[in-house]
Design a protein around this ligand. Structure first.
Ligand SMILES: Cc1cc2nc3c(=O)[nH]c(=O)nc-3n(C[C@H](O)[C@H](O)[C@H](O)COP(=O)(O)OP(=O)(O)OC[C@H]3O[C@@H](n4cnc5c(N)ncnc54)[C@H](O)[C@@H]3O)c2cc1C
Length: 411
């Protein structure tokens, strides 16, 4: 068993940012990664994916984009390479191929067991990602065996799909991007829509992320527990990073022929029961968009940005109440219904009833155990690449204090 002050689990951007910040405090540590650095960007993203955050926004501690296209959008492979370069830039102590299989409290800290060694650490930082395991609803098992079921982590490109139509369930960033790509490849796509967040790519002369990031809108801090719960359950925004900076929302999908239906409420013998929530969901997202743009208008007016009308509401027919997959020629269902976290390896009592880690700004109730990279960890943008930096800086300071003031942790 190796003895070390700190172990970080996961070498995505959150784990690497944490590693850099522990370096600043000269805290000896290792980063245990089950695959390769940035594994999710190498093996769990579809072929055409580009980041939806512009290059200038993807920053880590002591690292910022140095290329000649700050307003562009990296491919997943380019982003994985940049994370690898970042790790190399400070010789991050990453041990690849080390899947953590158990973390337990032991006298003086934690025992971290991986398939590539065991560590005793006084501090453990969990950085295994907010988008950990696709959240596929229970009802998926009622689909007939003849239907090919995928998630955004197993979808590659339209050519790999069986012939026939495709149902995409979920209209967040992944859902709308897949629906757009597959419809444009010549197949009929149906998208099942529930609560979602619509955004234009460009507004009043700037990329929307510039308004959201530079004027602190993404940095709204969580105040009450209720606000936190609501914020953490919000679907991701409908946005796409394309070289031509195009907007992608349900109005665009409707215009290219995608069929919009309501939320899937149940499945029986190849027939889906649908909620009649479509017009309400679209009106709700339009109202949220309007509120957000009104907030941006205050800053835009102050800097004299050219005026631009808010995108208008758009009309759709209300959803049918059923969808017969065979009658509609649908052979593939893609569940773009979000992610859950799997902490089955974490044998420390810090999980709530829904299996999420209980924490305040990344500090769990178990002394010496931390989590980073979760959605709305401290502020609204915490699941964005740029936001983990503040979390990592704050947690590293906490760990430094913990290591100097608590010589050992009671089991
Ligand atoms: C399709 C998609 C597109 C996205 N696009 C953007 C975008 O454009 N811009 C943006 O800001 N955000 C985007 N996000 C959000 C994005 O996931 C986060 O911003 C960020 O990449 C998460 O980094 P992370 O380090 O927290 O987690 P991850 O990148 O998920 O890294 C976690 C790491 O932990 C490892 N791991 C997991 N379990 C174990 C274990 N038991 N033992 C050892 N290692 C383990 C994994 O292999 C992985 O390498 C996107 C998310 C998805 C799903």
């Amino acid at each position: 068993m190796h003895h070390i002050p700190a172990v970080i689990v996961g070498a995505g951007q959150a784990g690497l940012a944490m590693s850099r910040c522990l370096d600043h405090h000269q805290i000896h540590h290792v980063v245990l990664e089950r695959g390769r650095i940035a594994e999710r960007w190498r093996s769990e993203r579809w072929d055409s994916l580009r980041l939806l955050t512009p290059n200038w926004m993807n920053q880590f501690p002591d690292w910022s984009y140095q290329g000649d296209d700050p307003d562009g959008f990296m491919t997943a492979a380019e982003y994985a390479t940049s994370l690898e370069q970042y790790a190399n830039s400070f010789s991050a102590p990453v041990i690849t191929g080390a899947a953590v299989q158990a973390v337990r409290r032991v006298p003086g800290g934690y025992r971290v067991e991986s398939n590539n060694g065991t560590w005793h650490a006084r501090s453990v930082v969990i950085a295994t990602g907010h988008c950990d395991v696709p959240l596929v609803p229970e009802m998926a098992r009622h689909l007939p065996d003849s239907i090919c079921q995928l998630t955004p982590t197993t979808y590659g490109n339209p050519a790999e799909l069986p012939d026939g139509g495709v149902l995409v369930v979920g209209a967040s960033a992944s859902g709308v991007q897949l629906a757009d790509e597959i419809q444009r490849s010549g197949r009929q796509v149906t998208i099942s829509v529930s609560r979602h967040t619509r955004l234009p790519r460009h507004y009043r002369g700037r990329d929307i992320m510039q308004w959201l990031h530079c004027y602190g809108i993404l940095e709204d801090e969580a105040i009450t527990a209720d606000e936190l719960e609501t914020a953490r359950s919000l679907p991701s925004i409908q946005l796409i990073g394309r070289p031509e900076h195009a907007t992608l929302d349900l109005a665009v999908l409707r215009d290219i022929g995608v069929r919009l239906v309501g939320r899937v409420a149940g499945i029986r013998a190849g027939v889906l029961r649908l909620n009649r929530n479509l017009t309400e969901a679209i009106a709700g997202s339009h109202a949220r968009l309007d509120r957000l743009l009104t907030r941006i208008d205050v800053f835009a007016d102050a800097v004299g940005a050219p005026a631009e009308p808010h995108p208008g509401p758009f009309a759709v027919d209300e959803s049918p109440t059923t969808l017969n997959l065979a009658e509609n020629g649908i052979r593939t269902v893609i569940w773009a219904t979000g992610f859950r976290r799997n902490y089955s390896w974490l044998h420390v009592p810090v999980l709530d009833a829904s299996g999420e880690i209980i924490h305040t700004r990344g500090v769990t109730p178990a002394s010496g155990l931390y989590v980073t990279g979760l959605r709305f960890q401290r502020q609204r943008d915490a699941s964005f690449i740029s936001a983990v930096n503040g979390d990592a800086i704050e947690l590293a300071e906490h760990i430094q204090r913990q290591l100097t003031t608590a010589p050992g942790i009671a089991a």
